[in-house]
Design a protein around this ligand. Structure first.
Ligand code: AMP
Length: 433
């Protein structure tokens, strides 16, 4: 594993990366940075979330940084790099990344996309800028109006080429490539390679280097994921029952805040579970001791914030429980990656309450998984319109309890009509294949 400087990036870029919090290159960056720096065309199989923006931007900035200047004449700032994307959102996101990556250079950047007035974009383009991120249709509009010249472009990035194909932009992309100088470098990123994309590559690219890395945001296939809808106030009650009923030998229980970690730890201790906690307020030596005890199997349950989400490698850890849905969707991937390691089977259970639906939607979007929301008999949430009823296997300790409004939060949001499924944990062998 090489560092950014070993990959050939200079200090002004690396110090900008430090500010972004990037310490080590991702897999795709390891491969794409040297290939791009060498001036070769690159054909990369990569999805959003792998760090692909930096993979194509950082070496390109390295190659172009010498063009940065403080001259005011537009002629001093011809377009040297064009990044084509399928959507406005992606353009804006890439442009925001570029802004932070080039902060120690004199390069200029601009983003152009449809749905807003052409005038401001025209003004920016007329002033000149070295790096332009654009959606295909709006770029063609500016080309037609002669607001942009592409005859000095040295690097073209086709980002999410598969989505461009799906959205019907491939012919427009071909038109744009034909306007570039013949000596340009092309970097093509795509999650999949349909014949049309391969054809585009063979028609326009020069002996490209092929790169393929596993997507960062894909969850391991051997982790069985359960999202259980529940009322917020009942999580506390469900957790010990899950541990007992599922006969959980070891699990990490993730919470978003230190205060919740402490509360959950206290609750479990009170019920005589073997439990310890891990969060950022603990000293390094305490954290190490806690981790070692857990790794040795001396502790049954580790309640933790996301400090434990990354880098913790425990053999055969069968369960991860998200007591709270993580605030950052990426953390979901990291959290559940603590189980199912090295090919072992694992189960990840996430308790989803009425306040966490947006966080859940972000996870679905990021992981591009069709995660089903499930429910447990005895813990049917009040904020769901129940679509199915399941056979009771979980003991319903509340069946005879009168739940008065005083201990139940009054929740006035309308009932949601998401599709709800019977939790596979209720199936024989708890749904674990
Ligand atoms: P992308 O695949 O370009 O959408 O990047 C996904 C996320 O990873 C973004 O939030 C980036 O800021 C972040 N990222 C990219 N490269 C690195 C890195 N080397 N270290 C840490 N985070 C990174």
């Amino acid at each position: 594993m090489k560092s950014f400087s070993q990959l050939g990036l200079s200090n002004e870029i690396i110090s900008a990366l430090n500010e972004c919090g990037y310490t080590t290159p991702t897999d795709i960056q390891q491969e794409a940075i040297p290939a791009t720096l060498s001036g070769q065309d690159v054909l990369a199989a990569a999805q959003t979330g792998t760090g692909k923006t930096a993979a194509f931007m950082l070496p390109s900035i390295e190659r172009l940084k010498g063009y940065g200047n403080s001259g005011t004449s537009p002629a001093m700032h011809p377009v040297r790099m064009l990044v084509l994307t399928p959507t406005r959102e992606l353009s804006v996101q890439i442009d925001a990344n570029i802004k932070s990556y080039i902060k120690n250079t004199l390069l200029r950047h601009a983003v152009i996309y449809g749905g807003v007035s052409m005038d401001t974009q025209k003004e920016i383009l007329h002033k000149g800028c070295e790096i332009v991120v654009a959606t295909v249709g709006r770029l063609l509009d500016h080309i037609e109006q002669k607001n942009i010249q592409l005859n000095r472009v040295e690097i073209l990035v086709l980002d999410e080429a598969d989505r461009m194909l799906d959205m019907g932009f491939i012919d427009d992309v071909r038109k744009i490539i034909s306007l570039l100088p013949s000596t340009r470098q092309i970097l093509l990123f795509s999650a999949t390679f349909a014949p049309e994309i391969r054809k585009l590559a063979t028609d326009f690219m020069n002996n490209p280097v092929s790169i393929e890395t596993a997507p960062k945001n894909s969850t391991a296939n051997n982790v069985e994921q359960h999202i259980i809808a529940i009322d917020n106030w009942r999580k506390k009650e469900l957790l010990p029952q899950l541990i007992e009923f599922l006969n959980i030998k070891q699990a990490i229980v993730f919470c978003n805040k230190k205060i919740t970690v402490n509360q959950v730890t206290r609750d479990l201790l009170r019920r005589k579970f073997s439990v310890d906690s891990l969060h950022g307020n603990k000293s390094q030596s305490e954290r190490l001791a806690t981790l070692n005890a857990f790794k040795n199997g001396d502790t049954q349950i580790l309640v933790a914030t996301d400090v434990a989400a990354r880098g913790l490698d425990i053999n055969d850890m069968p369960f991860v429980i998200n007591y709270e849905i993580p605030l950052q969707a990426e953390d979901y991937v990291h959290r559940i990656g603590r189980t199912g390691r090295a090919g072992a089977a694992g189960v990840a259970i996430s308790l989803l309450d009425e306040y966490e639906e947006k966080l859940f939607d972000a996870i679905v979007k990021l992981t591009r998984q069709d995660l089903k929301i499930e429910q447990l008999e005895g813990f049917i949430p009040s904020w769901y319109q129940v679509a199915t009823t399941s056979k009771t296997l979980m003991p319903d300790n509340n069946k005879n309890k009168k739940t008065s409004n005083s201990c139940k939060p009054t929740h006035t949001r309308p009932l949601r009509k998401r599709k709800v499924e019977t939790c596979a944990l209720l199936l024989p062998n708890f749904g674990i294949k």
